[in-house]
Design a protein around this ligand. Structure first.
Ligand code: 3PG
Length: 407
């Protein structure tokens, strides 16, 4: 797999107005509205500082969550957190491409950084469309004429074909930022050098991405095992005709993943020997963790893998030469239910195989546990990382590549 795109080294930055797309989509506490983890913002510091120190006028575009979700919110707080991380004021305007945004862009001085509002507040950003019309949008029409260069550093969103990620590449010279550049280099080299056996550990709550990936890696033969955890495991348990109970099913349906029961059933039929589903789970019962075999879930919420499953998964991980993991194994925010996530991370960190983990939450947990040195690469991305590892081409990277060929 080879992509060729421009980087910051290919352009003059001094006194240039640069539209910089980053991914600072962060977990937000549902009760207080406070940002819980600023790791993604810290990671973009390298690109932001370089642009600022080289005299660019930087206009940041970013998203937070998706319409309809609890944490779909303004970027005002992100500007404050970024200002602290950069030790430099990040100007924030509550506008995306209207008069206020355009005025703020045109009055930016060399080295200054401006953050515009959550780009997904604007409906054209989240319309499902093909790549080509992504530049036929108000965002691009209004902002591209004000800029000299588009820099895409949002590796974590590179699997999305959305105007702010793709559209500017049709209208402006474009380059990858430092995060995009590094992640792509590390991950594509990992894909080219996979040693067998190779295990994928797929968890978290974004079941759509994970199940699509699972389908790819099983069908193209690149996975020897796929260990299911988190919501993915629940979908597969139900698909295997193990009754997970009304509340667990309701949660899956509420997330919009009902159709994936059928997909999971087909995958189980075809790849029974490679897909591993839990034999026991931890449920939340009478205010505490209780480990039960999967035929005893009744109607209790499943919050983690069970102890026996954790042991079985750890054994497979330790015997693997390549380990790709994405998403936590359970509701790891509650200490009683973090055992699955912690023990799987521990198995990855102590295994001799080459390991990459993705997904903001799993990455943050690995860093918190002090495993950053023991895991070969902790990607800032979830879906984008695992898509790339599965051999998928990422639309935002393809767009950068197309743009670089124009030069
Ligand atoms: C992520 O957190 O994976 C990226 O920011 C993409 O978010 P999305 O899945 O809502 O498009």
């Amino acid at each position: 797999m080879s992509y060729q795109f421009n980087t910051l080294d290919d352009f003059k930055l001094n006194n240039q107005t640069i539209i910089l797309r980053v991914d600072i989509n962060s977990p937000v506490d549902p009760n207080t509205g406070m940002i819980l983890d600023d790791n993604r913002m810290k990671v973009h510091k390298k690109t932001l500082k370089e642009l600022s120190l080289k005299g660019a006028k930087t206009v940041i575009l970013a998203h937070q969550s998706r319409p309809g979700k609890e944490d779909f919110t303004t970027l005002e707080q992100h500007a404050q957190v970024l200002s602290k991380i950069l030790n430099q004021k990040v100007i924030y305007v509550e506008d995306i491409f209207g008069y206020a945004a355009r005025k703020a862009i045109s009055t930016l001085k060399k080295g200054e950084i401006l953050l515009l509002e959550n780009v997904r507040f604007y409906s054209e950003e989240v319309l499902k469309r093909e790549v080509t019309p992504q530049f036929e949008t108000h965002l691009i029409h209004k902002l591209a004429p004000l800029a000299d260069l588009f820099v895409n550093d949002a590796f974590a969103a590179a699997h999305r074909s959305q105007p702010s990620l793709i559209g500017f590449t049709f209208e402006l010279p474009s380059a990858a930022g430092r995060v995009m550049e590094k992640e792509f280099k590390v991950l594509s080299s990992a894909v080219e050098n996979v040693k067998r056996p190779c295990v994928y550990i797929l968890g978290g709550v974004k079941a759509d991405d994970s199940i699509n990936i699972m389908q790819n890696v099983l069908e193209n033969g690149s996975a020897d095992h796929v260990l299911t955890t988190g919501l993915i495991a629940n979908i597969f348990l139900q698909a295997a005709k193990i009754e997970i109970g009304k509340s667990n099913k309701k949660f899956i349906i509420k997330k919009g993943y009902e159709d994936y029961f059928k997909v999971a059933q087909n995958l189980l039929r075809k790849f029974k020997d490679k897909i591993v589903i839990p034999s026991d789970v931890a449920i939340y019962k009478d205010g505490e963790r209780v480990d039960v075999p999967v035929d005893k879930i009744n109607d209790h919420p499943i919050y983690d893998l069970g102890i026996e499953s954790i042991k079985e998964y750890a054994q497979i991980i330790r015997k693997s030469s390549t380990i790709f993991a994405n998403g936590p194994a359970g509701v790891f925010e509650y200490p009683d239910f973090s055992i699955g996530t912690d023990d799987i991370l521990n198995a990855i960190a102590t295994s001799s195989g080459f390991s990459i983990i993705g997904g903001g939450h799993l990455g943050a947990a690995a860093i918190q546990m002090g495993f950053d040195e023991k895991i070969d690469h902790i990607s800032i991305a979830g879906g984008a990382c695992i898509n790339l590892l599965a051999g998928e081409r990422l639309p935002a990277i393809e767009a950068l590549e197309r743009s670089s060929q124009k030069k």
